[in-house]
Design a protein around this ligand. Structure first.
Ligand code: HEM
Length: 455
């Protein structure tokens, strides 16, 4: 097998200049949970750790007030960092800063207002019902499935139906694998290292390039697909209105395609990983699964949940919140310092790469009792309301916080409740599962499950 020249769009994630690449040596040492090394460093040494790496520094932050400083107080000094992820996101809102970001985000914000959730819920339920049909067949066949793939296909279906008014115009299993191939930093790193040492290699840049080609076909397919109901108030309609608006010349047709890309990645993988980890905990602790079932029975009985039921599903929602505490899907928030600054008494230089270590804050014994314990109860009652700000940042914070965070909790709470009322998904993999820290925090090798239908 011969090495293939690198297509430009496959570069980035594994190149030496990339923050993802730079972090890989720090993620060694504990193959089961690579974040343990960083966690110990953040607890043992200073709150602000600056590490020289080649010609630039990476600065780790794991104190809530330092994170607030970057996300809120001096937000304009810390710009987004997207090397290597441009092929996934294009020039969508998530990659921009300043006035352009504002012009792109503001007209889409209304689609994520909690008032809209009631309109979306019937479409979330439709997607969950379709997933239940799949699971009923899987329960009969007894086949083993990978749960993140199962929940990704569900999350993508929810976005297409609720936000785009479309039937998924792509094979979600194929697209899921493409995204996974591309975002696994280690794939890129091993390609680069093998090429450098003149070795032949089997994982080729072409795999990454092909993955991205498939990915780029998705947004035009979404736009071209027939609307399911021709609803007036959908995110896709808002995006189309932006393209037609002469006051936002930045919002051209490519912007529309890239916004769709962004939603189908930022809005699916994170949501899917969370639901998959929550199902793992429900499988390992039958009492958690039972409490979720009982709550569903009490709140919505034999009918399906409606918008008004969501707030009453407090325990189920707490399971989702606790899952994102233990496994924040975005384990590190990345920025680049534009100008010199001081954080926690330490100098920050222009060009420093900032990593806000969400996993570290979420696992800090300073802010959480028994932080390694999965305890949904910590989200219930008065104590939960008194939590120190910026100790829980699964959705980031400040003006750049996740646009879809609240919506994802509705999706996952409803899905967890409904799926567990009919099924007993049983985790059949290595226990506890290993962690794979790439761009997101994934289960290492996935989460294999067998699906059982409750009698
Ligand atoms: C469990 C689910 C989710 C998690 C954990 C999550 C996490 C995050 C985080 C941490 C950020 C901020 C990144 C930073 O500051 O660097 C972010 C931004 C964003 N998320 Fe989410 N997200 C989730 C679900 C969603 C959903 C459902 C959507 C939309 C359908 C979405 C769309 C976005 C967008 C567009 C941004 C960029 C916002 C901006 O730059 O202004 N996310 N997300």
């Amino acid at each position: 097998m011969t090495a293939i020249t690198t297509p430009s769009h496959a570069q980035g994630l594994g190149e030496e200049a990339s923050i993802w690449f730079k972090l890989t040596p720090l993620l060694r040492g504990n193959p089961h949970n690579p974040l343990q090394v960083l966690l110990q460093m953040s607890q043992r040494y200073d709150a602000v750790i600056a590490i020289n790496m080649g010609n630039e520094r990476v600065v780790f932050l794991s104190e809530p007030e330092h994170i607030k400083h970057v996300l809120v107080t001096k937000v304009d000094n810390y710009v987004k960092y997207f090397d290597g992820l441009k092929p996934i996101f294009g020039k969508s809102m998530i990659t921009h800063d300043g006035a352009v970001w504002n012009k792109i985000r503001m007209p889409q914000q209304a689609a994520f207002h909690p008032d809209m959730f009631g309109e979306y819920i019937p479409y979330f339920l439709e997607a969950i019902r379709a997933k239940m049909d799949t699971w009923a067949a899987l329960a009969k066949s007894g086949e083993t499935v990978e749960m993140v793939e199962q929940t990704w296909t569900l999350a993508a279906d929810m976005i297409c139906k609720a936000l785009f008014d479309r039937q998924m115009p792509f094979n979600p299993h194929v697209v899921f694998k493409c995204v996974k191939t591309y975002t696994d930093v280690m794939n890129h790193k091993s390609i680069r290292l093998r090429r450098q040492s003149g070795e032949d290699f089997e994982v080729t840049d072409e795999d990454a390039a092909k993955a991205m080609e498939t990915w780029w076909e998705v947004p035009p397919a979404v736009i071209a697909a027939n609307p399911r109901e021709d609803r007036e108030r959908t995110l896709l309609k808002m995006i189309e209105a932006c393209v037609a608006d002469p006051d936002i010349p930045e919002f051209d047709e490519q912007q529309a395609l890239d916004e769709i890309k962004q939603y189908l990645w930022a809005g699916t993988e994170t949501t899917a990983i969370t639901l998959a980890w929550a199902l793992y905990h429900a499988s390992k602790s039958p009492e958690i699964a039972e409490r979720i079932r009982l709550e569903g029975e009490t709140v919505y009985g034999d009918r399906e949940p409606a918008a008004a039921d969501y707030s009453a599903l407090a325990y189920t929602r707490a399971v989702i919140q606790e899952t994102m505490r233990i496994y924040p899907p975005i384990w590190g928030l990345m920025r680049v310092a534009a100008e010199a600054d001081t954080i926690g008494g330490k100098d920050v230089r222009p060009g420093d790469r900032i990593v806000m270590f969400a996993y570290g804050v979420h696992h800090s014994p300073k802010y959480w009792d028994e932080p390694e314990e999965f305890r949904p109860e910590r989200w219930l009652g008065e104590a939960a309301k008194k939590r120190k700000p910026y100790t829980y940042i699964p959705f980031g914070g400040g003006k750049r916080s996740c646009i879809g965070g609240a919506m994802s909790q509705v999706e996952n709470t409803l899905a967890l409740s409904m799926l567990l009322r009919r099924f007993r998904p049983e985790y059949v993999g290595v226990d506890p599962p290993g962690i794979h820290a790439t761009v997101t925090l994934c289960p290492k090798g996935g989460l294999p499950f067998k699906i059982r239908e409750l009698g």
